[in-house]
Ligand binder design. Structure first.
Ligand SMILES: Nc1nc2c(ncn2[C@@H]2O[C@H](COP(=O)(O)OP(=O)(O)OP(=O)(O)O)[C@@H](O)[C@H]2O)c(=O)[nH]1
Ligand SMILES: [Zn+2]
Length: 225
């Protein structure tokens, strides 16, 4: 899909900052700057923040921090904002006629809470029932990682993973459960180290109680991550 088309679609939906939109609230001009121009600009912004906090940026240990943070934002933790980085999902014909549920469980999730810019760390569990197409296993992990590498809310990320897999596989029969710790809850604010957040999206056949139950039995939610 062309970037212009994606941006037009996003524009049509509007810039919804409430978190109800399934698209991340990005502007139409989000990719006018190249990655290296963004790194240059963000480096200056980070330098300013640290300077305002009173840090001595000539210190040996600190002087590389603005560039380090800028590169990390653009290339790593927010790298999934760029549609060009969407993983190519190799699909195959289901020649062997496997007709049961396939579950990819315990996919590691590293994301970033868009309210505080603190980490979200946990596991995603993804399942689908093939209607003739199968997808390479690792592509499910890659799709999770792509949508995680954005400023996110967990609910939106969970829905985006399901929608993308529905699109790739050409079936509604896709589900995802995410169980994650939000450092904005664990390490600051209420500082509740024990709590984690579970979100789910059940499409097609997964709306049926028995199918949903089978999936949940396979993943046996384990909060030990
Ligand atoms: N629904 C949802 N909320 C989130 C997510 N990540 C963080 N939040 C919440 O976003 C809310 C932001 O609320 P605010 O009251 O504006 O922020 P705050 O003053 O820092 O709130 P506290 O965290 O309670 O100190 C907090 O309650 C967070 O726990 C998420 O993925 N989904
Ligand atoms: Zn937060």
């Amino acid at each position: 899909m062309k970037i212009d088309k994606i941006l037009d679609d996003i524009e049509e939906m509007g810039n919804d900052h409430v978190g109800s939109s399934q698209e991340n609230p990005i502007r139409k001009d989000a990719f006018d700057l190249s990655d290296s121009e963004k790194i240059e600009a963000i480096q200056e912004d980070v330098r300013k923040i640290l300077h305002t906090l009173g840090m001595d940026l000539t210190d040996d240990s600190l002087k590389g921090t603005p560039l380090r943070v800028a590169k990390m934002f653009v290339n790593e933790i927010f790298g999934g904002l760029h549609p060009a980085r969407k993983p190519k999902a190799s699909v195959f014909e289901n020649k062997y006629k496997y007709g049961e549920m396939l579950v990819e469980k315990n996919i590691t999730v590293y994301s970033t809470c868009e309210h505080h810019l603190l980490p979200i760390v946990g596991r995603a569990h993804v399942a689908y029932i093939s209607n003739g197409t199968v997808v390479g296993l690792s592509k499910m992990n890659r799709i999770v990682d792509y949508f995680a590498k954005r400023p996110q809310v967990q609910e939106r990320m969970t829905m985006q993973i399901v929608q993308e897999l529905q699109h790739v596989l050409g079936t509604k029969d896709v589900a995802c459960v995410v169980d994650a710790k939000h450092l904005c809850v664990n390490s600051r604010g209420i500082r509740d180290i024990e709590s984690s957040t579970v979100t789910s999206e059940f499409g097609g056949k997964f709306k049926d109680a028995a199918t949903r139950r089978e999936f949940l039995d396979y993943i046996q939610l384990d909060t030990d991550f």
